[in-house]
Design a protein around this ligand. Structure first.
Ligand code: 13P
Ligand code: ZN
Length: 280
């Protein structure tokens, strides 16, 4: 089917108590892997690209790939800008046909984050596209954004932020971090519960690579409706390619296929854990 927005997708997840998996892709093979997994698992899915990935290939290229793949399957697919770092990049993605955008103003002071998020939400609304914002700082280094250290989301600020910015979903900081965890993360699920009590819109969990299945399930139980995975996909793809390369193929399709298979298996597993399987 045609690309869908994340609006109905996340509201359905919220209503029925599961989370949609959101997977970062960096090339055609990774996009194929995610969409094949969605079709096999009968699961709604978000495919997302970071600003760094959009320097590698422009939004129109990812839009072209993802919409061509999505229209052949029954599973709903949304194409999302992940950690958008400027109003201009959000606008470029909207013009290219993205059906969801994130504006990440978490590095800014609260009022500046509200102002930027509200501007992007107003622009996206003209296109009927929902916006995800972030409040608090998810640790680790994600793409072009420097490691900002941890600063957990304050529930009262979150309620005020959502009201003032008009965004449709909110990424929260409760102890996850981007990249590979050096020690097992401890998640502040009580804080998530407190945020859930005062914020009505769907909540988003970033930095899910390296979490245990139990940790993801407990966050979904407390109201997380979208879970972001990136690093594990990069590792799976690279491993698959590396192993195939060791066979010294002179066919790029051979190693692209190996990476793609690894990513698909991983995505299928996380769809099951998030409870997204069978929800398309
Ligand atoms: P990981 O790289 O830790 O999976 O984080 C993904 C993410 O939050 C993308 O926005
Ligand atoms: Zn993230």
């Amino acid at each position: 089917m045609a690309l869908t927005t994340t609006l109905e997708m996340l509201l359905d997840a919220q209503k029925r108590g599961y989370a949609v998996g959101a997977f970062n892709v960096e090339n055609m093979e990774m996009a194929q892997a995610v969409i094949r997994a969605a079709e096999k698992k009968d699961a709604p899915v978000v495919i997302q690209t970071t600003p760094g990935t959009l320097k590698y290939a422009e939004p129109a290229v990812f839009y072209g790939i993802v919409q061509a793949l999505a229209k052949k399957v029954k599973a709903p697919v949304a194409l999302h800008l992940d950690h958008g770092d400027s109003y201009e990049l959000a606008a470029r993605c909207l013009m290219a046909g993205y059906t969801s955008v994130m504006i990440d103003g978490s590095r800014l002071q609260l009022q500046d984050n509200i102002a930027l998020s509200a501007r992007v939400a107003a622009l996206a609304a003209l296109n009927g596209v929902p916006v995800e914002a972030e409040l608090g700082k998810v640790g680790g280094k994600e793409d072009t954004l420097a490691d900002q250290g941890d600063e957990y989301t304050n529930p009262a600020d979150a309620a005020a932020f959502v009201k003032a910015s008009g965004v449709q979903s909110l990424a929260v900081a409760i102890g996850t971090a981007h990249g590979v965890y050096k020690t097992k993360p401890v998640l502040d699920v009580k804080r998530l519960h407190a945020i859930r009590e005062v914020v009505e819109i769907p909540l988003v969990l970033h930095g899910a690579s390296g979490l245990s299945e139990e940790q993801v399930v407990s966050c979904v139980k407390e109201g997380i409706c979208k879970v972001n995975f990136a690093t594990e996909l990069r590792i799976a793809y690279t491993k698959g390619v590396g192993e195939a390369m060791a066979q010294k193929p002179i066919d790029p399709k051979a190693y692209g296929k190996a990476g793609r298979e690894r990513v698909q298996a991983l995505v299928e597993k996380w769809m099951d854990v998030c409870g997204a399987t069978g929800r398309a």
